[in-house]
Unconditional design. Structure first.
Length: 294
């Protein structure tokens, strides 16, 4: 098995034909009005309506308009079908409407409707005290593994030099900054973190999500007494990294304003569905969309 980047046509097909079928499988906190933002990344920048404003390859859209006091006034999406339509055709369904900063209408341009290379939602939430996410990336595991196998001082080596010297770039999936064994190890680490949440933090609601190139581990208990504020998240980072030696991305854990890949969205760089998983023996090949298997 190897990986490749999804074509524009395949991305369109996935969001048109397959993604809507997962609507009822989404975690309960992912709703039209709950996350404070949805965000899209494009493979090619797309113009906005206002002249002189650079083309955009990444956009964030608030789920609510707010007044000067920060109180919610008008919802951008009335139901999740509106979010799906925005994902499918961002320029034609831009929540900014006819604002000068909305994406330009493809009918007025000599280029097609923009196609989302990635779909994200904000961890910051209107209806929950927090969504705590730990990110474990296969490329970090691969680099650590490569550094451990080289006897020289690698502090000044860039990633490509190190990964090429240790054969990781040539290992399947060829050309990616990790091997499948690093993906598998990231998944194993993800379930180790879930066990830590449940055993050490008495967490009752957790979730492990295969992210396409690693895992996201969620702690979703919403009891305000836990107080997962900035200080608590720093302590959690130290615990996972120093005590348990798990190679997490500490910035993601600490910053509740981050965006995360939307479950059941397509990771177009590897043609894989971002999906919740139940076992450390998860087979990544099972995340290949049906529309890409024909």
């Amino acid at each position: 098995m190897n990986w490749r980047q999804a074509t524009r046509e395949e991305i369109y097909r996935y969001y048109a034909e397959e993604f809507p079928s997962y609507r009822d499988e989404l975690p309960s906190f992912i709703t039209a009005m709950g996350p404070k933002q949805y965000a899209l990344a494009f493979r090619e920048p797309h113009p906005v309506r206002k002249d002189g404003v650079p083309d955009k390859d990444f956009i964030r859209r608030d789920t609510w308009q707010t007044n000067t006091s920060g109180e919610r006034t008008t919802a951008a999406f009335q139901e999740f079908d509106d979010v799906i339509e925005f994902i499918q055709h961002p320029a034609r369904n831009d929540p900014l409407g006819r604002s000068n900063f909305a994406l330009a209408d493809p009918d007025l341009l000599d280029k097609p409707d923009p196609c989302p290379d990635a779909v994200y939602y904000a961890l910051d939430h209107w209806e929950r005290p927090w969504v705590l996410l730990v990110d474990i990336d296969a490329k970090d595991i691969a680099r650590n593994r490569a550094a451990d196998t080289v006897s020289e001082d690698v502090d000044d080596w860039d990633d490509d030099t190190l990964l090429n010297a240790t054969g990781i770039l040539d290992a399947a999936p060829k050309g990616y900054p990790y091997a499948f064994e690093d993906i598998e190890r990231a998944i194993e680490y993800g379930f180790e973190v879930r066990d830590i949440f449940e055993d050490d933090f008495n967490a009752e609601e957790t979730m492990v999500v295969y992210s396409g190139q690693g895992v996201h581990v969620y702690l979703l208990d919403s009891d305000p007494s836990h107080r997962y504020d900035a200080k608590s998240r720093e302590v959690l980072n130290d615990l996972l990294q120093d005590t348990y030696e798990i190679p997490i991305d500490p910035v993601v854990t600490a910053d509740r304003r981050r965006v995360a890949r939307l479950p059941y969205s397509l990771h177009a760089d590897v043609c894989s569905i971002v999906m919740p998983i139940e076992s450390p023996t998860f087979d990544v090949q099972s995340a290949t969309p049906e529309v890409l298997q024909s």
